[in-house]
Write a protein that binds this ligand. Structure first.
Ligand code: F3S
Length: 714
């Protein structure tokens, strides 16, 4: 790329004088200009910052203010009014403009009518073209004008009128008007600028005309250049240039209107020269260089940035702009608990969204979160449409559910959608990451609803399969008590529950499960049975090494007489505790020598009695005892009564058989009940699950008496 600058570009002498005067006087006086000092809004803003105001006419000037007459001048009537009112003023009218006024005044003195080539609305033209003057701006205006052959005319031109058109029109008028005095009043600076622009635009690929469209001479320059260079662009500053219009091998010409400040011209030269040099030296593409070389920021822009520093509250980024960008923590992420120092580090590149170009302290406020949200909305919408899982982090527990952050977007998860099982305390999910399904997506309302009930069921099934594949009977496993029920405790083994039946809680008899375990307790349990078909895992809390039945035959040999305590009665006999965890049964037929119908005819709970060990079954944890034999051996009774023998004994044996059969039947019932109780349900509805449990509990309670007997007897 090659860059050519027109020699005459930017402030002309008249404008430079006016601007410098205003800036110099602004320190001492309160200045107001009548109209814009020059037709350039960038410069007008700079003057305003230095206290130079603008009024549209004399009436607006306040006491204490000094008026500045701009380089275009003002009509004579305005100047007279200033004098009449005693308003101090500084006349910055350009000498070339004053010369035209003098020409106009002289023509009037000579009785000549005035023709002005220019724009009737332009302040300069208003200054010397009275109501009788013919003002011609283009060739078409000539046809509409009426020229009196009896009248002599004087022709002048606006100082910035296009030179070529001036001569064309002058020739036409000369042929129409017998007495026409022609004065080329186009200022030298303008003529020179226009000539150079015409010459330059003819030999370049792109012509950039710097200046405000309010400026007549800038517009004329643009028109001149466009005639020979179709790729001519008029921009207030190089920042507004659409860089995509440039190509790496372009020859570029630059010119500027008379009201364009030097700072804008210099900036354009520096910038374009840097670009031109880089096209030679850098391996980057031209587009990359353009993007890097200059960043013009606007609210809503998306900009590439580089992280400069990170604190727990904000991230500072380089935007390639005169000011750095600030990303507050709230604009980094939706997750208030996030540590932003862990999210980015100096040197990282980020795309950011411009919120405010100036936050009042010269910084640019930018957001990563909003850009993320824009990008991520698409991902979430895609997941919604495709019904695919998308991961997110639970950040809050709110009324009715959870808030999760999915790709930077806040998403509501109703409590009914949190899991496939009833969850009492949602706080257990806070801070954890999960996959979710998007259930509802309303982008205009920014409403996103997600759930993981189905996914939780699938995950649970997978865990169950893995767990069943890995478990073996006798294996020791760790778990957490998830629920307590009357007949035992459910233990979460990692997403799948096993059951410790109440009889497996301790070697001793347990009256209430809650005496041993509470929900949430961590336990180490032994797997005693696995049934994948029925999804059942039976567990035991008993320590196999402290089994009181180990060596029972040695401690209680058959034939020995031992002491024990009556602990409970049943219709078929009395249970006697021999030591902790070891109860034996004295069958009703072995309580007394005489025939009794109920054990409490001879015994009471708590009574300590002597009994003879008649049978020991270590494997099945059973000891049979006889009080009758012990009494007999200890001589508590006399000779056995004959009556007790024979028919009575026979009746007792028959009765005992019946009881055993009855107990055996009850044992089946118990097994069925327990099966129902331990069969793990996948509790789709927690309420339904609890109802099932209640039914099982009722069943167990109703069978309790029989169960006691069956456990010991069968
Ligand atoms: Fe004067 Fe020519 Fe500038 S007339 S104000 S020097 S364009």
């Amino acid at each position: 790329m090659t860059v050519y600058m027109a020699k005459s570009a930017g402030f002309c002498g008249g404008v430079a004088r006016a601007v410098n005067t205003a800036l110099k006087e602004a320190g001492d006086k309160k200045l107001v200009t009548i109209g814009m000092l020059v037709n350039n809004r960038i410069l007008t803003d700079e003057l305003a910052e230095k206290g130079v105001g603008i009024v549209s006419d004399v009436d607006e000037i306040q006491a204490g203010e000094t008026a500045v007459i701009r380089s275009h001048g003002v009509p004579a009537s305005v100047e007279e009014e200033l004098k009449r009112r005693g308003i101090p003023y500084i006349d910055c009218t350009c000498v070339d403009v004053k010369k035209i006024r003098q020409r106009a005044a002289r023509a009037k003195e000579q009785g000549r009518a005035l023709i002005v080539l220019g724009d009737r609305k332009h302040p300069e033209v208003k200054g010397y073209a009275g109501p009788d003057a013919i003002v011609i701006n283009n060739e078409a205006d000539i046809d509409n004008a009426e020229f009196n052959p009896e009248v002599k005319y004087t022709l002048v031109a606006q100082t910035t009128f296009e030179r070529g058109r001036f001569f064309n029109i002058a020739v036409i008028l000369k042929n129409k008007i017998a007495d026409l005095e022609i004065h080329n009043t186009i200022c030298d600076a303008t003529a020179r600028r226009q000539a150079e622009a015409a010459e330059l635009s003819a030999r370049v690929d792109v012509m950039i005309v710097l200046g405000d469209a309010l400026s007549a001479n800038t517009r004329h320059l643009y028109e001149i250049c466009r005639k020979s260079c179709p790729r001519t662009y008029m921009v207030p500053s190089i920042r507004e240039m659409q860089l995509r219009n440039l190509r790496a091998n372009d020859k570029i010409g630059i010119t500027a209107g008379a009201s364009t400040p030097p700072s804008i011209t210099k900036e354009a030269i520096r910038f374009m020269n840097e670009i031109a040099q880089d096209t030679v030296q850098s391996p980057q593409t031209f587009e990359e260089m353009l993007n890097e070389a200059f960043v013009s920021l606007h609210t809503g822009d998306v900009v590439k940035s580089t992280v400069i520093s990170v604190t727990p509250t904000e991230v500072t980024v380089n935007l390639g702009y005169k000011s750095d960008g600030i990303i507050t923590k709230a604009e980094m992420t939706e997750d208030a608990s996030a540590d932003i120092t862990q999210m980015v580090k100096p040197g990282d590149t980020l795309d950011v969204y411009v919120l405010h170009v100036n936050d009042g302290e010269g910084n640019v406020l930018v957001s990563k979160k909003r850009l993320d949200a824009q990008t991520h909305y698409k991902l979430i919408e895609q997941a919604f449409n495709d019904k695919t899982p998308i991961s997110g982090k639970v950040t809050e527990v709110v009324k009715g559910g959870l808030i999760a952050v999915i790709h930077g977007c806040r998403v509501f998860v109703p409590s009914s959608q949190v899991s496939n099982r009833f969850v009492e305390d949602l706080n257990q999910f806070k801070g954890r990451e999960f996959d979710f399904h998007i259930l509802e997506f309303d982008r205009p309302k920014r409403r996103i609803v997600a759930g993981r009930k189905e996914l939780a069921a699938i995950e649970q099934q997978q865990r169950r399969e893995e767990l069943f594949a890995s478990l073996e009977s006798g294996q020791r496993v760790e778990g957490t008590v998830s629920r307590i029920v009357d007949f035992g405790a459910f233990v979460d083994l990692g997403g799948v529950d096993g059951l410790i039946h109440i009889s497996e809680l301790s070697w001793q008899r347990v009256k209430k499960v809650s005496d041993i375990l509470q929900a949430g307790d961590s336990v180490s349990v032994t797997v005693i049975d696995i049934n994948p078909e029925k999804n059942k895992i039976s567990l035991s809390l008993k320590d196999i090494n402290s089994n009181p039945w180990n060596g029972i035959a040695e401690r209680f040999p058959v034939g020995n007489i031992v002491e024990g305590k009556v602990v409970r009665m049943a219709s078929f006999g009395a249970f006697v505790t021999l030591e902790d965890g070891v109860d034996g049964l004295v069958h009703i037929s072995q309580i007394a020598r005489r025939h009794i119908v109920k054990p409490d005819e001879e015994l009471s709970v708590g009574q300590v009695i002597s009994v003879k060990v008649t049978d020991v079954d270590e494997q099945n944890h059973k000891i049979s005892l006889s009080k009758r034999d012990a009494d007999e051996e200890m001589g508590i009774w006399g000779e056995p009564e004959e009556a007790a023998d024979g028919e009575a004994a026979k009746e007792e044996d028959i009765a005992e058989e019946a009881v055993i059969e009855e107990i055996a039947a009850d044992g089946d019932a118990e097994a069925a009940a327990e099966e129902a109780a331990t069969e793990e349900t996948v509790p789709e509805e927690a309420v339904a699950e609890e109802a099932d449990d209640e039914a099982v509990i009722d069943e167990i309670i109703n069978d309790e008496d029989t169960e006691d007997g069956s456990e010991e007897e069968v």
